[in-house]
Design a protein around this ligand. Structure first.
Ligand code: SF4
Length: 418
């Protein structure tokens, strides 16, 4: 069934819609028809969609929304979680990262394991089901640190889900301990890790990576960590960071790599487009990268979500990041293929350091308002997309809804130099 045949057939096509159908570029129309029929679209076809403008772009959004409806229905999910970015001290200098500091820097901080556990406990007591732990790569780090963090959290909070350590951190931890990726991931699983964030993907193209983040793990390393995690039973998310120097072809190829991994392992729970936040990023501020854009435009953001829904026909969940896009634009992306709003976060530090204007915390009731206003159904989910609670009406008993966000309510960051 193609795009022109969705739902009951009217006796005649209304003039307005007839005009639209006959106006749209036939190339875009046939790609969208193919996608709506459940067929895989190629990298070249993905590029065509990324380049769509005007009525073609509007039709692309409509097709992505229809695919979302067919795949996951009208429920829009969110997770109650807390980010714990336990240190900003890092040996790398990725060009987009305004979070990392040198170990001699006055602004460097390092939370102890006890402080990390205390934060996890605070989150759990406020109704969080997940802690998301990512940080810088401190010099001379004990390779057991990530394992010890997981063990310490699980000892106090056996039921909390630990979503932690990007492929970059996994490669670093394994090399500091002198073990293989496979062995390291098995040790983390044994210590209680629940899933890995598929961050540090940026654009999975080594030429682009060597410009925006020289020193970062290579594309093949990212893929190896993700596939190895899946093979030993650790699910992961997947991401893209776009809006800097990449082209439509880079984005389409990136999506195709993610789709191929999923075909092989089925271990990816969601895909999260993350638009580049330029204002504090060193590579933008210092003019280090020729031709760098000031982040993605609104059209790019919308198309990124829509094309992701269309190309990633084997991944159910497309998340829009309210931290990157703001709540109003994130709400709009829910009508362009996305079905998840991510997490409450509580105290996110990385995007804010890069200059994002949104973020640290969003009440679950605010998520629900955004979702209901679109005529969709809000639901709280687990990290791995089990539905925990569907909110059919406004009544709610979330502890977090009563929480007034104020930094003084939370354990403050202590500055421990290495
Ligand atoms: S993105 Fe991660 S690895 Fe790169 S500089 Fe920032 S904290 Fe370090």
């Amino acid at each position: 069934m193609g795009l022109n045949m969705i739902g009951p057939k009217p006796d005649r096509i209304l003039p307005f819609f007839e005009k639209i159908i006959h106006t749209i570029d036939p190339v875009i129309a046939s790609i969208l028809d193919k996608a709506i029929d459940g067929k895989e679209i190629s990298v070249e076809e993905g590029v065509e969609l990324f380049e769509a403008k005007g009525i073609e772009m509007s039709t692309l959004i409509l097709a992505a929304d229809e695919l979302r409806r067919q795949k996951v229905g009208d429920i829009v999910t969110y997770v109650i979680n807390r980010n714990i970015n336990f240190t900003n001290i890092c040996i790398k200098r990725c060009g987009f990262c305004a979070f990392s500091k040198d170990y001699r820097d006055e602004e460097g901080y390092f939370l102890t394991i006890k402080e990390i556990v205390d934060r996890a406990k605070e989150a759990w007591n406020m109704g969080a089901t997940e802690v998301c732990i990512q940080a810088g790569l401190p010099p001379r780090m004990n390779g057991n640190l990530y394992i010890d963090i997981c063990k310490a959290i699980k000892k106090e909070l056996p039921e909390i889900h630990i979503h932690a350590f990007s492929p970059e951190e996994i490669v670093y931890g394994a090399s500091r301990l002198g073990t293989s990726i496979d062995e390291y991931l098995k040790m983390l699983k044994e210590a209680g890790i629940g899933s890995l964030p598929g961050t540090s993907a940026e654009i999975l193209d080594d030429e682009i990576r060597s410009i925006i983040s020289p020193g970062r793990i290579k594309t093949r390393d990212w893929i190896r960590v993700i596939k190895t995690a899946h093979k030993i039973g650790i699910p992961t998310t997947s991401t893209i960071m776009y809006g800097h120097i990449e082209s439509s072809l880079h984005k389409a190829k990136h999506l195709s790599i993610i789709r191929d991994i999923q075909k092989e392992t089925h271990g990816i729970t969601e895909f999260v487009p993350l638009s580049f936040v330029h204002s504090e990023a060193p590579m933008y501020k210092k003019g280090l990268v020729k031709g760098i854009r000031e982040g993605a435009t609104g059209a790019e953001v919308i198309k990124m979500h829509a094309v992701s829904r269309i190309m990633l026909n084997n991944i159910n969940n497309i998340q829009v990041s309210w931290v990157k896009e703001g709540t109003k634009f994130a709400q709009f992306c829910l009508n362009a293929g996305a079905n998840d709003l991510g997490g409450t976060l509580i105290d996110e530090s990385i995007s804010r350091a890069a200059g994002a204007n949104y973020g640290q915390f969003l009440h679950p009731k605010d998520f629900r308002r955004l979702i209901r206003d679109l005529g969709r159904i809000p639901a709280q989910r687990s990290t791995t997309y089990d539905i925990l609670k569907i909110f059919k009406d406004e009544s709610s008993d979330d502890i977090l809804d009563k929480f007034q966000f104020d930094k003084s309510n939370l354990t403050s960051i202590s500055i421990n130099k290495l």
